[in-house]
Design a protein around this ligand. Structure first.
Ligand code: 13P
Length: 248
């Protein structure tokens, strides 16, 4: 049985003060959660988030990490820097990074390797755009993104990877993939992991759905056999909404 994992991706939201407030609202609401609970805050809020969540069941993640150990990479953050703060998770390859910041399958792969080498847990994002979906390229895109992101990563390291399937057209649009479509796409990803590794690895890896997941659709999505969790954007910014998803 795969343990469900619900993660909030705060994106570029919440100052340090807002972070402390939101976490303190959230703590009592999710303390009995039956799944893993993660919040991925902006870099500037990580230290405060780690302090506020100490001794709770809420884990903290970053939203990106660089592939190099250190050096002349203005504006970037290394895995070691995150680790030193006490960060446990990091989102890599989010579609907004691919779309606005030139992230490629290759740079995603390099970042995944660096994060794993530093023993961070990775939330690896993949998903097709609307255009790709309309052209019937869902499978091709998901297979390519999964294969490229996992290049050079061995089976044992997969334990520290969670894949988030986020159809780009469903992010922040209020349009959710139907639970059947989400389940079908995640099955494609799981089958790809089986081909790259083996059936055991495929059955073990946790794959989340992300894209306008909220209190009203969470239980239906989570009831699907292939869906092991959610990566929540907008609905993670309100304690009550996020808690309702966590306690789906
Ligand atoms: P929304 O939940 O706002 O659609 O965002 C999803 C997402 O991108 C999470 O990473």
């Amino acid at each position: 049985m795969r343990r469900p994992i619900i993660a909030g991706n705060w994106k570029m939201n919440n100052t340090i003060a807002e972070t402390r407030k939101l976490i303190n609202e959230l703590k009592p609401l999710v303390k009995d959660a039956k799944c893993d609970v993660v919040i991925c805050t902006p870099f500037t809020s990580l230290a405060a988030a780690i302090e506020e969540t100490k001794g709770t069941n809420i884990k903290v993640g970053a939203q990106n990490v660089h592939w190099a150990e250190k050096g002349a990479f203005t504006g970037e953050i290394s895995a070691k820097m995150l680790l030193e703060l006490g960060v446990e998770y990091v989102i890599i390859g989010h579609s907004e990074r691919r779309q606005y910041f030139g992230e490629t399958d290759q740079s995603v792969n390099a970042r995944v390797k660096a994060a794993l080498a530093a023993s961070l847990k990775v939330i690896l994002c993949i998903g097709e755009t609307l255009d790709e979906r309309e052209k019937g390229l869902i499978e091709e895109v998901l297979v390519r993104q999964t294969t490229e992101a996992l290049k050079g990563i061995d089976k044992a390291q997969l334990e520290d990877i969670i894949i988030a399937y986020e159809p780009v057209w469903a992010i922040g649009t209020g349009k959710t993939a139907t639970s059947k479509d989400a389940n079908d796409s995640i099955k494609i990803v799981r089958d790809t992991v089986a081909k790259l590794y083996d059936e055991e690895a495929a059955q073990k890896i946790r794959i989340q759905y992300g894209g306008s997941m909220n209190p009203s659709n969470a239980s239906e999505l989570m009831a699907m056999p292939e869906i092991d969790g959610g990566l929540i954007g907008g609905a993670s910014l309100k304690a009550e909404d996020f808690a309702k998803v966590v306690n789906y």
